[in-house]
Write a protein that binds this ligand. Structure first.
Ligand code: IPE
Ligand code: IPE
Ligand code: MG
Length: 238
């Protein structure tokens, strides 16, 4: 049997928490709690099987439209995770997890962005797996931010507009220096990107399942990778 290729970078849109809770007559926040535990499990598993980069979509720039109590419950879960990361600093270092928070910092409560900074700082030297957690993330906002950074260079005379390349955009987005995702997984039976990694997903393979995120297992993750192995990635060539 041919050996299975593990994608270098996987993106996951963690969707379906609300429906999972509804099916059980629970508040939506319970679905988010269950989803957060699956996030931890899949993160560890990705490391175990040798994935180098993984990006989890946790909160979009559009998710602020949800009821305030739901937004507050999500922020509390982010706080729990961040405190836990602080407590497990040594363990995470051993695991080699380098954590990055990608998204727009403005608008996120300050105590949380401060914890983003310490968590990133403390995991900086780890190097086995890069874990991106997308919070207050929107692909369009990310590209807009990149355009602003490039425009500033043009204004200061550092860069000629004629010399702007795709690489300049790639160098100014939140995932600068990382490879684009090979595979994007979306559970919960939706077939859309919902503003996730718009620039980076130009040639990503897409895999969906009806399973809701809190029910998603390492076996499902393996199924996605197996399926990825059967895809012919042509990148426009023959
Ligand atoms: C994903 O689950 C979590 C976030 C978007 C923060 P949802 O809360 O979107 O769950 P559904 O789609 O309503 O089931
Ligand atoms: C996408 O899920 C955002 C995250 C998983 C964080 P949504 O549930 O917000 O997406 P839509 O609204 O169904 O497109
Ligand atoms: Mg949803």
């Amino acid at each position: 049997m041919e050996e299975r290729k593990v994608p270098e970078h996987i993106g996951i849109i963690m969707d379906g928490n609300g429906r999972w809770a509804k099916k059980r007559g629970l508040p939506r926040s319970e679905g988010h709690k269950a989803g957060a535990n699956v996030f931890r499990r899949i993160c560890d598993y990705a490391d175990e099987i040798g994935i180098k980069y993984i990006t989890f979509y946790a909160f979009s720039t559009e998710n602020w439209r949800r009821p305030p109590d739901e937004v507050a419950a999500l922020m509390d879960l982010f706080r729990d995770y961040l405190h836990e990361a602080e407590e497990r600093r040594e363990e995470n270092k051993e695991k080699g997890m380098r954590i990055h928070f990608i998204g727009h910092r403005e608008g996120v409560p300050q105590d949380i962005t401060e914890l983003f900074d310490t968590t990133e700082e403390e995991s900086r030297d780890a190097g086995r797996i890069d874990v991106n957690i997308a919070i207050n993330y929107g692909g369009r906002l990310e590209i807009t931010d990149a355009v602003k950074a490039i425009a500033r260079k043009v204004k200061s005379g550092e860069l000629d507009p004629e010399d702007i390349t795709e690489d300049d955009i790639s160098a100014n987005i939140y995932t600068a220096g990382q490879p684009d995702p090979d595979l994007i997984i979306r559970p919960s039976g939706e077939y859309r990107l919902s503003n996730f990694l718009l620039w980076q997903s130009a040639y990503s393979e897409f895999w969906t399942t009806d399973i809701l995120w809190p029910d998603f297992t390492t076996d499902d993750f393996d199924r996605a990778i197996d399926d990825y192995n059967s895809r012919a990635r042509r990148f426009g060539a023959v």
